[in-house]
Design a protein around this ligand. Structure first.
Ligand code: MN
Ligand code: MN
Length: 468
C-alpha cells in the first residue's frame, strides 16, 4: 500500500465521517454475534406484537431470569431483580446496583405500542352480504399502505363481570387472516386523482371478515349473524361485548431476513420493538451493576404518550420513587441524579427519497446505533434537546466500548418532524437523550432495519447499564 500523504494523514486526524460498521469497527466475529442476536429478535417479533402481548412476554422472560414482582415493603440488596407491570400494557424491569440509589439510576425507556388499526366500539356490519369491521387507525400511518395485505386480530374483550377474553387470530399458519380491499386499477381512475394522503381514507379502512350467511331466510344481515355465531362459539361473546374490548388489527406478516446478503430484517413494528428488545436484553443480562438499572417498556407513545399507560403518566416516576423509598431515599433526589437513554428509532436515509433528508446529519442503516440530540418540528419545538455534557458522556461511553454509532436528525429542517418520550423523562429532571436504531419505511406495515444496528443498540444499553 502506498504511503499516506500528509493531507490524508491530517484528514484521518481531524475529519469525521460515520462509517459502515463493517468498514473499520466490526470484524467477522462481531458481525456473526450481531446475526445471532437478531435470530432471537426475529423470534420475539413473531411471538409478541402488541403492548399487552409484549408486557406479558417480558414478564414471563423476566421471571425465568430470576426477577420477582416489586414489593415496596420489602428490603432489597445489590443484584436483586424486580419488575412492575402497569395495567398489562407496560412493564418496568430493575436490577439493584452496588452503589447507593442516591447516586441515581440508569434508565433505558422504549415503547411497545406500534401503529395499527383499532376496531371501533361498534365494528361489525354487513353490506351486500359481505361482513366487515370498522376501524379507527392508531398512530401515524400512511393509510394506503394498509390495504391488500394479510392482517391479524389481537386484543382483549372484557365482559361486564370482569371476565377477560384474549383474542389472537391470524398469526398461526392455519389461522384465517383478514384484509382491507382496494379498487381495481381498471375502475380506479377517479380514485387515482386523489392525493396520496387521501388515496385511502380513514373510513375506507374496513376489514373483510366474512361472506357466508347463516342458513335461515327469515332474517336480514345473515352474514353478520353468521360471524357473530362463530365468535360466540369460539369466545362466548355477543355483539355488545365489542363495546368493552380493545381489539387491534396488525399485519399478519412474519419477520424475515431481507437482501441476498441477509443483512437486514423486515417486519412489522420495529418501531419500537427494535429498541425495546435490546433494552430488555440489557437489563436481563447485566451482571451486578454499579448503578441501579431500569428498563421501562411503555405504551401509547405513538399517540403522544397520553393515558395512564403512557409515559406522560406518573406511573413511571411512582416506580422510581418507590425504589428510592425502599432505601430510605427521596424519589425526586434519585431522579434528579438519574440518566436515561430514550430508546427509540430514527429515520434511516433512503436513497429513493433523498430530498427530505440532510445527508450530513441523517442516520444510515449499518452505521450503528443512532443518537438523536433533539427531535421536534419547526425549530426543535416539542423537543427535549439533550445537553452537550450528556452527549459528551454518552459519546465517551460508546467510543470507549468500540460501539458503532452515529448521529441522526429525523429529517431536513422543516421537512416534517416527530417526537419521542424524551420530554416525558426530562420532566422529572432526569438527564436524557434519544438513542436507537435507524429504520427504513418507518410506520409502514413492514419496516426494515439492519442487523448490525440492532446489535449496536444492544451493546449501547448493556454498556450504559455497566457504567461504574
Ligand atoms: Mn418510536
Ligand atoms: Mn413511531
Amino acid at each position: 500500500m502506498a504511503e499516506k500523504t500528509k493531507a490524508e494523514k491530517l484528514q484521518e486526524e481531524l475529519c469525521y465521517d460515520a462509517e459502515h460498521g463493517m468498514k473499520s469497527q466490526m470484524d467477522d466475529k462481531e458481525v456473526a454475534k450481531a446475526d445471532k442476536f437478531c435470530e432471537d429478535y426475529k423470534k420475539f417479533l413473531n411471538e409478541a406484537k402488541t403492548e399487552r402481548e409484549i408486557s406479558l412476554w417480558m414478564k414471563e422472560k423476566a421471571e425465568s431470569k430470576g426477577f420477582t414482582e416489586f414489593d415496596k415493603t420489602k428490603k432489597y440488596k445489590a443484584g436483586d431483580k424486580v419488575y412492575r407491570v402497569n395495567r398489562d400494557k407496560a412493564i418496568m424491569l430493575a436490577v439493584f446496583g452496588t452503589r447507593p440509589i442516591t447516586d441515581g439510576v440508569k434508565l433505558a425507556i422504549s415503547h411497545i405500542d406500534s401503529p395499527r388499526l383499532d376496531l371501533k366500539p361498534n365494528p361489525l356490519y354487513e353490506s351486500e352480504e359481505i361482513a366487515l369491521f370498522k376501524t379507527h387507525y392508531y398512530g401515524g400511518i400512511k393509510k394506503y399502505q394498509w390495504v391488500t395485505i394479510p392482517l391479524a386480530l389481537h386484543g382483549v374483550i372484557v365482559k361486564p363481570d370482569g371476565k377477560k377474553i384474549t383474542v389472537n387470530i391470524g398469526e398461526d399458519d392455519n389461522d384465517p387472516k383478514f384484509v382491507i380491499t382496494d379498487l381495481l386499477p381498471h375502475l380506479g381512475k377517479e380514485q387515482e386523482k386523489r392525493t396520496l394522503a387521501d388515496g385511502i381514507r380513514g373510513e375506507e379502512l374496513n376489514i373483510l371478515v366474512g361472506s357466508r350467511p347463516f342458513k335461515d331466510d327469515k332474517a336480514s344481515n345473515l352474514v353478520k349473524l353468521n360471524i357473530l355465531k362463530l365468535l360466540n362459539e369460539k369466545y362466548g361473546i355477543v355483539e355488545k361485548d365489542f363495546l368493552s374490548a380493545e381489539l387491534e388489527i396488525v399485519p399478519a406478516l412474519k419477520a424475515c431476513d431481507i437482501g441476498l446478503d441477509r443483512s437486514m430484517i423486515g417486519g412489522y413494528g420495529h418501531d419500537d420493538r427494535v429498541c425495546a428488545y435490546p433494552a430488555a436484553e440489557a437489563v436481563f443480562n447485566v451482571k451486578k451493576p454499579a448503578y441501579t438499572v431500569v428498563t421501562v417498556l411503555t405504551d401509547k407513545e405513538e399517540i403522544g404518550s397520553y393515558g395512564n399507560t403512557g409515559l406522560d403518566s406518573f406511573y413511571f416516576s411512582y416506580f422510581l420513587s418507590d425504589l428510592a423509598e425502599c432505601f430510605g431515599a427521596c424519589g425526586r433526589d434519585v431522579m434528579s441524579k438519574s440518566e436515561c437513554l430514550s430508546a427509540d428509532v430514527n429515520s434511516a436515509f433512503d436513497p429513493t427519497f433523498p430530498e427530505v433528508m440532510e445527508k450530513r446529519n441523517v442516520s444510515y442503516i449499518n452505521k450503528g446505533v443512532v443518537i438523536t440530540k433533539y427531535t421536534g418540528a419547526r425549530g426543535k419545538s416539542g423537543s427535549s434537546d439533550a445537553s452537550a455534557e450528556f452527549m459528551g458522556k454518552i459519546r465517551g461511553l460508546l467510543e470507549s466500548n468500540n460501539i458503532v454509532w452515529q448521529i441522526g436528525e429525523l429529517g431536513a429542517v422543516d421537512a416534517g418532524g416527530g417526537g419521542t418520550v424524551a420530554l416525558d423523562v426530562a420532566r422529572h429532571n432526569i438527564e436524557v437523550v434519544d438513542l436507537g436504531v435507524p429504520v427504513l419505511s418507518m410506520h409502514a406495515p413492514f419496516e426494515v432495519v439492519a442487523k448490525i444496528d440492532v446489535y449496536s443498540a444492544y451493546r449501547a444499553f448493556y454498556e450504559f447499564f455497566n457504567m461504574k
